[in-house]
Design a protein around this ligand. Structure first.
Ligand code: HEC
Length: 149
């Protein structure tokens, strides 16, 4: 094993130390509009998606340690912006329908939840059965949405 020069280690330690002063905000704003689904679908989405797509993020301890905290905060922020289950009830029906179609796509393409998240949260992975249940829910939700508006 090659030795790492002490100066490099000091540099890294210094960076870690200084970066702690740039703390991100760990917000969980109040929910706007309830999300209504069966308990099964609810718990699937909570398990696999809520940390980034709701205002009920469970902030892990490492989300307080820079620079990891910056990456996590960015994921949560852009995740919530694209899809937020805590604001589901306040979306227009047309928006809801579009988001359902997006959800359908990311599930088919297996891009959500992100693999890096599943690595750290083993319980967040979706089984074939889970995916079938979600597909079923999406289909019935989309057909239940008014076509106008
Ligand atoms: C670790 C955080 C994280 C988790 C967990 C996660 N997502 Fe995402 N998701 C993101 C981020 C960040 C984006 C936006 C950036 C991008 O498109 O890559 C996103 C984008 C999306 C989009 C697209 C929205 C758009 O603007 O196009 C959908 C749909 C989506 N996620 C659905 C889900 C579903 C469904 C789950 C659970 C099965 C899930 N995500 C789990 C972080 C996450």
């Amino acid at each position: 094993m090659k030795k790492i020069p002490a100066a490099a280690l000091l540099g890294i330690a210094g960076f870690m130390l200084i970066s702690q002063s740039a703390q991100v905000r760990h917000t969980n704003p109040p929910a706007k509009g309830d999300f209504a689904a069966s308990p099964e679908i609810n718990s699937l989405l909570r398990r696999a998606c809520y940390d980034c797509h709701s205002n009920e993020t469970r902030w892990p301890w490492y989300s307080y340690v820079a620079p990891v905290s910056w990456l996590i905060a960015r994921d949560v922020e852009s995740g919530r912006r694209g899809l937020n289950f805590s604001e589901w009830g306040s979306y227009y029906p047309s928006t809801r329908r579009r988001k359902l179609q997006w959800i359908d796509r990311v599930l088919r393409e297996r891009t959500m939840p992100p693999w890096s998240y599943v690595m750290l949260h083993r319980g967040a992975g979706l089984t074939e059965e889970d995916l079938v249940a979600l597909e079923h829910w999406i289909k019935s939700e989309i057909s239940g949405q008014p076509q106008q508006n």
